[in-house]
Ligand binder design. Structure first.
Ligand SMILES: NC(=O)c1ccc[n+]([C@@H]2O[C@H](COP(=O)([O-])OP(=O)(O)OC[C@H]3O[C@@H](n4cnc5c(N)ncnc54)[C@H](O)[C@@H]3O)[C@@H](O)[C@H]2O)c1
Length: 245
């Protein structure tokens, strides 16, 4: 029996990249997946791929920073699958811009997608998990939330916020059967053209190579299944040694 057989996961930003990889990994473990992305075509393409793999999947497009969209995403997921066992707050954006040149709009949008998005999805899924007395919430942070990054103050602040959010939520809900943890990946190749910054970061990694999506997926599966039941408010770091805690 697969470790996540019969579970239902809602994964945000799963139209491509790490979120899509986690969706594929979950389907291999027997999970039904609601695929969110702000890009509806990308969400649908992931659903087609998951169904080709033999999985059950539903596209729930929408902006995670928009509360009415999040309410629809959760409603549609529950309408189709009846429950949500696993929430992966993965949707994210990243731009490089020094603080001295950053517009308040760029700051606000980055914080909104990462932090407000994770809060809103959690806020609207949590009552159902509390009622069920069980659930797994996995927040995708970043090594930038631990070590910072020049040109990434908005992103690093959001990701550090995700780690604080993860700890605080874990303090609130762990005794109600809900497990909350984060993953802080290092630089991961996602198929999109890599920036010069990405190559510089990879060159400094102790492991001497970039991360692959498959370097992150096993951590997500571990946190989603009962093997990790004694992990509470932790941040796991598949990062090639970029940050050693
Ligand atoms: N790739 C890396 O090196 C790396 C490293 C550390 C952390 N991360 C984090 O992992 C997560 C996934 O990153 P990725 O590299 O796969 O990125 P990606 O850009 O390949 O995928 C992100 C997905 O999120 C979607 N998205 C963006 N804004 C959204 C919104 N408001 N609502 C819903 N969906 C939205 C995008 O359309 C996209 O499909 C992000 O949170 C990112 O910050 C990535």
């Amino acid at each position: 029996m697969s470790r996540l057989q019969g579970k239902v996961a809602l994964i945000t930003g799963a139209g491509r990249g790490i979120g899509r990889g986690i969706a594929e990994g979950f389907v291999r473990e027997g999970t039904k997946v609601a695929v969110n992305d702000i890009d509806g075509q990308a969400a649908q393409a992931t659903v087609v791929r998951l169904m080709e793999m033999g999985g059950e999947a539903l596209a729930v497009p929408g902006d995670v920073a928009d509360e009415s969209a999040v309410q629809s995403i959760v409603r549609e997921t529950l309408g189709r699958f009846g429950h949500i066992d696993i929430l992966v707050n993965n949707a994210g954006i990243a731009t490089y811009v020094p603080v001295a040149e950053m517009s308040s709009a760029e700051w606000d949008r980055t914080i909104a997608v990462h932090l407000r998005g994770a809060f809103l999805c959690t806020r609207h899924v949590l009552p159902h998990m509390l009622e069920a007395g069980r659930g797994k919430i996995i927040n995708i942070a970043s090594q930038r939330g631990q070590k910072g990054g020049a040109g990434l103050a908005h992103y690093a602040a959001a990701k550090a916020g995700i780690i604080g959010f993860t700890k605080s939520l874990a303090l609130e809900v762990s005794r109600h059967g809900i497990h909350v943890n984060a993953i802080a990946p290092g630089p991961i190749r996602t198929g999109r053209p890599a920036s010069e910054r990405f190559h510089q970061t990879v060159a400094g990694l102790p492991i001497g190579r970039a991360g692959e999506i498959e370097d992150v997926v096993p951590t997500a599966i571990f946190l989603a299944c009962d093997d990790s039941s004694f992990y509470v408010g932790q941040t796991l770091c598949p990062n090639g040694g970029d940050v050693m805690l």
